[in-house]
Unconditional design. Structure first.
Ligand SMILES: Nc1ncnc2c1ncn2[C@@H]1O[C@H](COP(=O)(O)OP(=O)(O)O)[C@@H](O)[C@H]1O
Ligand SMILES: [Mg+2]
Length: 332
């Protein structure tokens, strides 16, 4: 049962191809867990947000209450990237010699559109949320962007760790060099300063740069450890029983496994009924064929099914009804 997974883990990610029902199923799982008395935070990381549409209210980039025990949040990549860069800019301006502050501004303006900037900022925000959210909520449910984007995001903590490590190493080396040069300066027989800047300022700048890099390193370590801890985190792949979503599911599963992330369940959404006319019965048979492919490729992953509903599940009452269905969803 899908809810069993939500009971046993503290972080769930819902991912899959665009349009298959990630946001809907994430909301259903969140409502079901909240109605059992757990404090749930539902976080949308898809730039094409629709938590607001689903709950018929404004959500946005600040935690707000959606239902008893249930809070929601939509991460805005643009705003997250800007806030992230502002923070980095402030840090850089305090850390760099004053005459370079124009350079810092130029660098920051260019960085906004650098490839991967939004993802890096989003990841940092997610790391923050995982750290803080586990203190304030019992369950974090992440409604993610379509597969490719999410798979890259999940591989990113490792890359960022390596990046921060590289920066730390380079920083160590340049600090060593700085010490040597400063030493040279002192020994200059003419008493001239060989390197600019005062020693005191440079040394405390060094310490602050180091501390900042180490804080980031710690944050990515924590995120990576949380994501790859199968007792804490599970990924749920949502799909429809059609050819492309099935192929994408198999691919996403492989990518997540490579990033060390446990895929706890598959949710097959919008299953066609067999008893509602020839057209839908035909589709149901086609779906069964695709599900056989899925079962052959991923035999060990529990599978749950959600029927095609006559109405789109929008609004609290419909989501509660969906939550009840999920609680009773047949699984394998
Ligand atoms: N079981 C279902 N039956 C009928 N409509 C559904 C079902 N699940 C989702 N939908 C509808 O399908 C559309 C896509 O769902 P959504 O959750 O937004 O997908 P995603 O987040 O994967 O892009 C929405 O209009 C939603 O209301
Ligand atoms: Mg969505």
């Amino acid at each position: 049962m899908l809810l069993e997974l939500a009971r046993r883990r503290r972080i769930l990610f819902l991912g899959g191809k665009g349009g298959v029902g990630k946001t809907t199923v994430a909301a259903g799982v969140a409502v079901a867990a909240a109605s059992e008395g757990r404090r749930v935070l539902l976080v949308s990381t898809d730039p094409a947000h629709n938590l607001g549409h689903l709950w018929r209210c404004e959500v946005g980039d600040r935690v707000r209450r959606l239902a008893p025990n249930l809070d929601g949040l939509e991460l805005d990549p643009e705003q997250t990237a800007r806030a992230h860069l502002d923070e980095v800019g402030v840090a850089l301006r305090t850390l760099m010699p004053r005459h370079l502050s124009g350079e810092v501004d130029k660098h920051m303006a260019l960085s906004m559109d650098t490839p991967g900037m939004h993802e890096a900022a989003l990841l940092e925000r997610m790391a923050e949320l995982v750290e803080e959210g586990l203190g304030t909520h019992d369950l974090l449910v992440f409604d993610t962007a379509p597969s490719g984007h999410t798979a890259r995001l999940m591989a990113l903590p490792e890359m960022m760790q390596a990046w921060v490590d590289g920066m730390l190493q380079r920083h160590e080396r340049s600090r060593h060099l700085g010490d040597v040069l400063r030493g040279l300066g002192k020994d200059d027989p003419m008493g001239r300063r060989v390197v600019g800047g005062d020693d005191e300022g440079a040394a405390s700048r060094d310490d602050r740069i180091r501390a900042m890099l180490q804080r980031r390193r710690h944050r990515f370590d924590h995120l990576r450890a949380s994501l790859s801890d199968a007792g804490l985190t599970a990924f749920v792949i949502v799909l429809t029983a059609e050819r492309l979503p099935v192929l994408e599911t198999i691919e996403l599963h492989a990518q997540l496994r490579r990033s060390g992330i446990d895929v706890g369940a598959l949710v097959v959404n919008r299953r066609s009924p067999t008893d509602a006319g020839a057209l839908l019965a035909g589709r149901a048979a086609m779906e069964a064929g695709h599900l056989e492919t899925l079962a052959r490729a991923l035999p060990g992953v529990p599978r749950h099914e959600v029927p095609l509903l006559a109405d789109e599940p929008v609004g609290r009452a419909a989501l509660e009804a969906l939550a009840t269905r999920l609680a009773a969803a047949p699984g394998s």
